[in-house]
Design a protein around this ligand. Structure first.
Ligand SMILES: *Cc1c(COP(=O)(O)O)cnc(C)c1O
Length: 216
Protein backbone atom coordinates (compact mmCIF):
# COMPACT_ATOMS: atom_id res chain seq x y z
CA UNK A 1 0.00 0.00 0.00
CA UNK A 2 1.10 3.58 -0.58
CA UNK A 3 1.76 6.08 2.19
CA UNK A 4 -1.49 7.88 1.34
CA UNK A 5 -3.42 4.61 1.57
CA UNK A 6 -1.79 3.73 4.89
CA UNK A 7 -2.73 7.11 6.33
CA UNK A 8 -6.33 6.96 5.19
CA UNK A 9 -6.60 3.37 6.49
CA UNK A 10 -5.36 4.40 9.95
CA UNK A 11 -7.47 7.57 10.01
CA UNK A 12 -10.59 5.55 9.19
CA UNK A 13 -10.01 3.68 12.47
CA UNK A 14 -9.53 6.78 14.60
CA UNK A 15 -12.19 8.53 16.68
CA UNK A 16 -12.42 12.21 15.67
CA UNK A 17 -10.65 13.42 18.81
CA UNK A 18 -7.53 11.28 18.35
CA UNK A 19 -4.59 12.92 16.55
CA UNK A 20 -2.37 10.88 14.29
CA UNK A 21 1.30 11.84 14.53
CA UNK A 22 3.22 10.39 11.58
CA UNK A 23 6.60 9.31 12.92
CA UNK A 24 9.03 10.08 10.11
CA UNK A 25 12.42 9.60 11.79
CA UNK A 26 15.11 8.32 9.39
CA UNK A 27 12.75 8.82 6.42
CA UNK A 28 13.71 11.09 3.52
CA UNK A 29 11.81 14.29 2.74
CA UNK A 30 10.10 12.92 -0.36
CA UNK A 31 8.24 10.36 1.77
CA UNK A 32 7.17 13.05 4.24
CA UNK A 33 5.90 15.09 1.32
CA UNK A 34 3.87 12.13 0.13
CA UNK A 35 2.20 12.05 3.53
CA UNK A 36 1.79 15.83 3.49
CA UNK A 37 0.08 15.67 0.12
CA UNK A 38 -2.29 13.10 1.59
CA UNK A 39 -3.28 15.74 4.15
CA UNK A 40 -1.02 14.74 7.03
CA UNK A 41 0.18 17.75 9.06
CA UNK A 42 1.47 16.30 12.35
CA UNK A 43 4.92 14.70 12.09
CA UNK A 44 7.09 13.21 14.85
CA UNK A 45 10.88 13.05 14.94
CA UNK A 46 13.29 11.99 17.66
CA UNK A 47 16.62 13.42 16.56
CA UNK A 48 17.12 17.16 17.02
CA UNK A 49 19.34 17.76 14.00
CA UNK A 50 17.10 15.75 11.69
CA UNK A 51 14.04 17.61 12.96
CA UNK A 52 15.68 21.03 12.47
CA UNK A 53 16.76 20.12 8.93
CA UNK A 54 13.35 18.79 7.94
CA UNK A 55 11.62 21.83 9.42
CA UNK A 56 13.80 24.05 7.26
CA UNK A 57 13.22 22.06 4.08
CA UNK A 58 9.53 21.16 4.29
CA UNK A 59 6.25 23.15 4.21
CA UNK A 60 5.84 25.61 7.05
CA UNK A 61 2.37 24.53 8.12
CA UNK A 62 3.65 21.17 9.37
CA UNK A 63 3.25 20.71 13.13
CA UNK A 64 6.50 19.17 14.38
CA UNK A 65 6.41 16.89 17.39
CA UNK A 66 9.61 16.01 19.21
CA UNK A 67 9.12 12.47 20.53
CA UNK A 68 12.64 11.41 21.49
CA UNK A 69 14.78 12.02 24.50
CA UNK A 70 15.69 15.70 24.54
CA UNK A 71 19.02 16.88 25.90
CA UNK A 72 18.99 20.32 27.53
CA UNK A 73 21.80 21.68 25.38
CA UNK A 74 19.80 20.95 22.20
CA UNK A 75 16.50 22.59 23.14
CA UNK A 76 17.57 25.83 21.46
CA UNK A 77 17.61 24.24 18.00
CA UNK A 78 13.92 23.32 18.06
CA UNK A 79 12.52 26.01 20.38
CA UNK A 80 11.65 28.47 17.58
CA UNK A 81 9.15 26.16 15.90
CA UNK A 82 8.42 22.91 17.74
CA UNK A 83 4.68 22.25 18.19
CA UNK A 84 4.77 19.75 21.06
CA UNK A 85 7.61 18.13 23.03
CA UNK A 86 6.44 14.67 24.13
CA UNK A 87 9.31 13.31 26.18
CA UNK A 88 9.93 15.73 29.05
CA UNK A 89 11.22 13.90 32.09
CA UNK A 90 12.84 16.41 34.43
CA UNK A 91 12.33 19.82 35.97
CA UNK A 92 15.75 20.91 34.68
CA UNK A 93 14.70 20.17 31.12
CA UNK A 94 11.46 22.10 31.69
CA UNK A 95 13.49 25.07 32.93
CA UNK A 96 15.65 25.01 29.80
CA UNK A 97 12.60 24.72 27.52
CA UNK A 98 11.05 27.65 29.37
CA UNK A 99 14.23 29.70 28.92
CA UNK A 100 14.41 29.02 25.19
CA UNK A 101 10.68 29.61 24.76
CA UNK A 102 11.07 32.99 26.43
CA UNK A 103 13.94 33.87 24.08
CA UNK A 104 11.67 33.07 21.16
CA UNK A 105 8.79 35.00 22.67
CA UNK A 106 6.47 32.00 22.71
CA UNK A 107 4.98 29.31 24.89
CA UNK A 108 6.04 25.73 24.22
CA UNK A 109 3.60 22.89 24.83
CA UNK A 110 5.02 19.80 26.55
CA UNK A 111 3.99 16.35 27.71
CA UNK A 112 5.53 14.65 30.72
CA UNK A 113 6.89 11.25 29.79
CA UNK A 114 5.78 8.63 32.26
CA UNK A 115 7.55 5.36 32.66
CA UNK A 116 4.94 2.59 32.37
CA UNK A 117 6.85 -0.34 30.84
CA UNK A 118 8.31 -3.26 32.73
CA UNK A 119 11.67 -2.92 31.03
CA UNK A 120 14.58 -1.07 32.52
CA UNK A 121 14.91 2.33 30.88
CA UNK A 122 16.65 5.53 31.74
CA UNK A 123 13.79 7.71 30.57
CA UNK A 124 10.48 8.71 32.02
CA UNK A 125 9.01 9.72 35.36
CA UNK A 126 7.12 7.68 37.90
CA UNK A 127 3.62 8.90 38.74
CA UNK A 128 4.98 10.26 42.03
CA UNK A 129 7.78 12.15 40.30
CA UNK A 130 5.34 13.64 37.79
CA UNK A 131 3.07 14.84 40.60
CA UNK A 132 6.05 16.26 42.45
CA UNK A 133 6.99 18.34 39.40
CA UNK A 134 3.42 19.52 38.78
CA UNK A 135 3.08 20.58 42.42
CA UNK A 136 6.49 22.22 42.76
CA UNK A 137 7.04 25.94 43.20
CA UNK A 138 9.82 25.76 40.59
CA UNK A 139 7.34 24.56 38.02
CA UNK A 140 4.73 27.20 38.87
CA UNK A 141 7.25 29.88 37.96
CA UNK A 142 7.74 28.65 34.42
CA UNK A 143 5.45 30.91 32.42
CA UNK A 144 6.58 30.01 28.91
CA UNK A 145 5.80 26.32 28.98
CA UNK A 146 2.44 24.65 29.09
CA UNK A 147 2.07 21.03 30.17
CA UNK A 148 -0.72 19.53 28.09
CA UNK A 149 -0.67 15.91 29.24
CA UNK A 150 1.33 12.72 29.35
CA UNK A 151 3.24 10.43 27.05
CA UNK A 152 4.06 6.78 27.59
CA UNK A 153 5.50 3.75 25.87
CA UNK A 154 4.27 0.27 26.69
CA UNK A 155 6.55 -2.71 27.17
CA UNK A 156 7.99 -4.21 24.03
CA UNK A 157 6.00 -7.44 24.30
CA UNK A 158 3.31 -9.40 22.46
CA UNK A 159 1.39 -9.76 25.70
CA UNK A 160 -1.64 -7.57 24.98
CA UNK A 161 -2.92 -7.92 28.52
CA UNK A 162 0.31 -6.46 29.86
CA UNK A 163 0.24 -3.57 27.36
CA UNK A 164 -3.38 -2.87 28.20
CA UNK A 165 -2.58 -2.78 31.90
CA UNK A 166 0.18 -0.25 31.29
CA UNK A 167 -2.01 1.99 29.12
CA UNK A 168 -4.81 1.81 31.69
CA UNK A 169 -2.51 2.84 34.52
CA UNK A 170 -1.49 5.98 32.64
CA UNK A 171 -5.06 6.75 31.61
CA UNK A 172 -6.15 6.51 35.26
CA UNK A 173 -3.33 8.83 36.26
CA UNK A 174 -4.44 11.31 33.61
CA UNK A 175 -7.98 11.30 35.05
CA UNK A 176 -6.53 12.69 38.27
CA UNK A 177 -5.37 15.70 36.24
CA UNK A 178 -8.51 16.70 34.36
CA UNK A 179 -6.96 19.94 33.11
CA UNK A 180 -4.37 17.92 31.16
CA UNK A 181 -6.06 16.70 28.00
CA UNK A 182 -3.47 14.91 25.90
CA UNK A 183 -2.56 11.25 26.32
CA UNK A 184 0.14 10.29 23.83
CA UNK A 185 0.13 6.49 23.77
CA UNK A 186 0.06 3.95 20.95
CA UNK A 187 2.47 3.09 18.13
CA UNK A 188 2.16 0.89 15.04
CA UNK A 189 1.88 -2.34 17.00
CA UNK A 190 -0.49 -1.18 19.73
CA UNK A 191 -2.40 1.94 18.70
CA UNK A 192 -5.78 0.18 18.57
CA UNK A 193 -5.34 -0.96 22.15
CA UNK A 194 -4.17 2.54 23.07
CA UNK A 195 -7.31 4.12 21.61
CA UNK A 196 -9.49 1.72 23.60
CA UNK A 197 -7.64 2.88 26.68
CA UNK A 198 -7.86 6.64 26.43
CA UNK A 199 -5.26 7.67 23.85
CA UNK A 200 -5.83 11.09 22.31
CA UNK A 201 -2.64 11.03 20.23
CA UNK A 202 -1.01 8.06 18.53
CA UNK A 203 2.55 8.04 17.18
CA UNK A 204 2.73 5.78 14.16
CA UNK A 205 5.83 5.23 12.04
CA UNK A 206 6.30 1.87 10.34
CA UNK A 207 2.61 1.32 9.59
CA UNK A 208 2.72 4.50 7.49
CA UNK A 209 6.23 4.62 6.04
CA UNK A 210 7.32 0.98 6.23
CA UNK A 211 10.11 -0.46 8.35
CA UNK A 212 13.02 1.80 9.24
CA UNK A 213 16.50 1.00 8.04
CA UNK A 214 18.91 2.40 10.61
CA UNK A 215 22.00 1.62 8.54
CA UNK A 216 21.06 4.28 5.99
C1 LIG B 1 9.81 5.40 16.59
C2 LIG B 1 8.83 5.80 17.60
C3 LIG B 1 7.45 5.61 17.38
C4 LIG B 1 6.87 4.92 16.16
O1 LIG B 1 7.15 3.56 16.17
P1 LIG B 1 6.47 2.56 15.09
O2 LIG B 1 6.54 1.24 15.75
O3 LIG B 1 7.31 2.64 13.86
O4 LIG B 1 5.09 3.02 14.84
C5 LIG B 1 6.57 6.08 18.36
N1 LIG B 1 7.02 6.69 19.49
C6 LIG B 1 8.33 6.89 19.71
C7 LIG B 1 8.74 7.57 20.97
C8 LIG B 1 9.27 6.45 18.80
O5 LIG B 1 10.57 6.65 19.05
Amino acid sequence: MSIAENISQIKSELPADVTLVAVSKTKPNNLLLEAYQAGQRDFGENYVQELADKHEQLPKDIRWHFIGHLQSNKVKYIAPFVHLIHGVDSINLLKEINKQALKNNRTIDCLLQIYIAQEETKFGLSFEEADAILNSADFQELKNISIKGFMGMASNTNNLRQIKKEFQSLNEFKYKHPELKILSIGMSSDYKLAIENGSTMIRVGSSIFGERNYSL
